[in-house]
Design a binder for this molecule. Structure first.
Ligand code: SF4
Length: 421
């Protein structure tokens, strides 16, 4: 089984530039600069079937294809490393473990869209990753992989690390661009899309870290090789994670389409103390619940969507039969309510109400009509009702939790107590 993204991550310390070069590192950058036109790189990425690994799953090559290559304005490329989805820590592994892979990915992807400026927008808490990246960026400049006239090709790219002030909404691509410009991180209306008018009004591509890190490997080995890494229609490998009530929380690079059972039972060592998986958020905290019935579901974009959820970041948050789903949902909604940017009323005011109702039910103070009220909130906060996807993401677990764990909610209200206490 090939694991291109994590193959160079060593338990005994990360590779410096020379070590990365010894594994073939910066070969993809040399190849595109010497042998490939920018459009050819984009076409190769499009042909590979690479889809965004940050949550939305949009075709990466298609996203790049919207950049006008004949535009006079300097183009920008931004790596979204603001990994704040609860339960998700896959990008941290790549950034800390193989920072030169990230730098090369930025340079190759930047070349494809003829970017002049590149930024890595990093989560504030990721300080070891910041140190690793600062060092790798410095080494790449020294070797001529960044800056003016890269490797004598006539292509120029400046790469800068930007450490975020730390808000969940900064992970939304347009809010991220506002934050990078020094403004309050409010999402922006689309259109215009960032590819037409992004950072300081310039054509801009924003991609997730894991997405970008695939690019040098696609350039080195080709689109067909990338498709062959997967077990299903969605190409490549995926960094799957597991957290919650599992024996060995972690993240592992596996073929796209690996089942939830393999991730939980083989890689995460099963549920703690022999208990059983009751429910899971398959792609981080903002994805709707699946249950133990879905354990054999291939985790890819299509299959997870068909089952009523989203692949999201591929980070499973596992719930066992000892944990109160109402309490878990109350905690999740508190997080999302606090992280609302506050711009639109349904999200700013509606999410705190969901938390309050859930807390009351969890304490045994729920009332008849609370479940209808929660369902009403889910509708009012659903897709198309708010300015950005924060609110629909926030109520995804709640709406599905009301469906899959209804009896638990009803028992709380009927017995006027939490049955798990
Ligand atoms: S949905 Fe929430 S996070 Fe998104 S713009 Fe509205 S208030 Fe802000």
């Amino acid at each position: 089984m090939e694991t291109p993204l994590t193959a160079n991550i060593r338990p005994d310390g990360r590779l410096d530039r020379a070590g990365y070069e010894a594994t073939g590192g910066y070969g993809a950058l040399r190849k595109v600069l010497a042998d490939m036109a920018p459009g050819e790189v984009t076409q190769m990425v499009k042909d590979s079937g690479l889809r965004g690994r940050g949550g939305a799953g949009f075709s990466t090559g298609m996203k790049w294809g919207f950049i006008p290559l004949d535009d006079e304005r300097p183009t920008c490329i931004v790596a979204n490393a603001d990994e704040m989805e609860p339960g998700t820590f896959k990008d941290r592994i790549l950034l800390e473990g193989d920072p030169h892979q990230m730098v090369e990915a930025m340079a190759v992807s930047g070349y494809a869209i003829q970017a002049r400026y590149a930024f890595i927008f990093l989560r504030e808490e990721y300080r070891p990753a910041a140190r690793a990246l600062e060092r790798a960026i410095g080494e790449a400049y020294e070797a001529g992989y960044l800056g003016e006239d890269i490797l004598g090709s006539g292509y120029h790219l400046d790469l800068q690390l930007h450490t975020s002030a730390g808000r969940y909404i900064c992970g939304e691509e347009t809010a991220l661009l506002s934050a990078l410009e020094g403004h309050r991180p409010l999402p922006r209306a689309k259109p215009p899309f960032p590819q037409q008018s992004g950072l300081w009004g310039r054509p801009t591509v924003v991609n997730n870290v894991e997405t970008l890190c695939n690019v040098p490997h696609i350039v080195n080995h080709g689109a067909a090789w990338f498709q062959g890494l997967s077990r299903t229609e969605d190409a490549g490998t995926k960094l799957y994670g597991a957290s919650g009530k599992v024996n060995r929380p972690g993240a592992w690079e596996l073929p796209m389409g690996t089942t939830a059972r393999e991730v939980v039972e083989e890689h995460a060592g099963g549920m703690r103390a022999g208990h059983r998986l009751r429910g899971m958020l398959p792609g981080g905290a903002s994805t709707p619940f699946l249950t133990d019935e879905h354990l054999d579901l291939p985790l890819d974009f299509g299959h997870v969507a068909e089952a009523g959820s989203r692949l999201g970041t591929g980070a499973i948050v596992a719930l066992d039969e000892r944990t109160c789903p109402v309490g878990m949902l109350a905690n999740l909604e508190r997080f999302f309510a606090r992280e609302s940017c506050g711009w639109c009323t349904p999200c700013r005011d509606g999410l705190p109400w969901t938390e309050r109702i859930l807390r009351a039910i969890d304490r045994g103070e729920g009332r008849e009509g609370d479940l209808d009220n929660l369902a009403l909130h889910c509708r009012h906060l659903g897709p198309g009702r708010t300015f950005c996807a924060h609110a629909p993401g926030a109520v995804g677990p709640l709406e599905s939790g009301l469906k899959h764990f209804r009896e638990d909610f009803e028992r709380h209200i009927r017995e006027r107590r939490c049955p798990w206490e």
